[in-house]
Design a protein around this ligand. Sequence first.
Ligand code: B1M
Length: 214
Amino acid sequence: MAVLDEMAANLVQGADERVSELTRRAIQDGLPPKRILDEGLLAGMTRVGELFKCHEIYLPDVLMAAQAMNAGLEHLKPLLVREGVPMLGRVVLGSVHGDLHDIGKNLVGVMLRGAGFEVVDLGNDVPPERFVEAAQEHSAPVIGMSALLTTTMPVMGRVVNLLQQRGLAGRIKTIIGGAPVTEKFAREIGVDAYGYDAANAVERVKSLMDTQAA
Ligand code: B1M
């Protein structure tokens, strides 16, 4: 459908006003909100993820695309809620205790929101207990943690231990990322997933939600 293709293309360009306008037009044309979301906004955001992954676009482009995504979502959100179309799921996200770096974590949050997840952003310097309590409080099946300092990486393991101690491991899944974090480290501390960048984090969270639902 032309309007949805145009919407996706404009989202990739970060043209927020145009995406907003096209979303309004698609709604006026009577297209189902879920279809506008899937074939317009999410199709564009998926393309952004691919381009970012292969370094054809960069951080500012992703942030602009995310802004355009949000401009379209503003019109769709009330309709999706009314239609009872569930958001993809809820994720508690934060930079771990001792770590004030939050640019990457924020980008992961933007990409997750853009992909249709609800994100409970705890900010930075988040103690292990707070991650676990927030996941319970918000009934979030996934905790996402970011660390940029080698000295703060061990905090991620403390969250895993806490989940195990409280009998929540398996019910609440964990994903970690950040420049010094590796797949090997993720395996060693027993988290459920590792995301090497924001786009990959979205893919991994989707898989975690799928295994959760299965
Ligand atoms: Co600091 N810093 N910093 N810093 N800083 C690093 C991390 C460092 C590598 C610089 C260096 O020495 N080369 C070094 C760490 C060394 C180490 O531990 N081995 C360092 C240091 C030492 C420090 C201080 C200790 C400096 C000091 O005070 N002496 C201090 C620590 C403060 C603290 O946290 N307690 C400090 C402070 C700061 C600033 C406040 C000035 C600022 C942060 C501002 C902010 O975040 N609001 C800052 C910055 C900007 C950096 C660098 C330059 C850039 C980090 C960044 O934002 N990158 C950084 C050097 C570097 O990494 N090249 C450095 C861009 C961002 C998009 O990438 O966060 O990696 P990143 O996120 C990526 C992926 O990693 C992934 O997706 C993102 C997008 O692709 N990802 C996830 C991230 N989280 C994820 C979560 C997931 C999945 C994927 O699942 C949940």
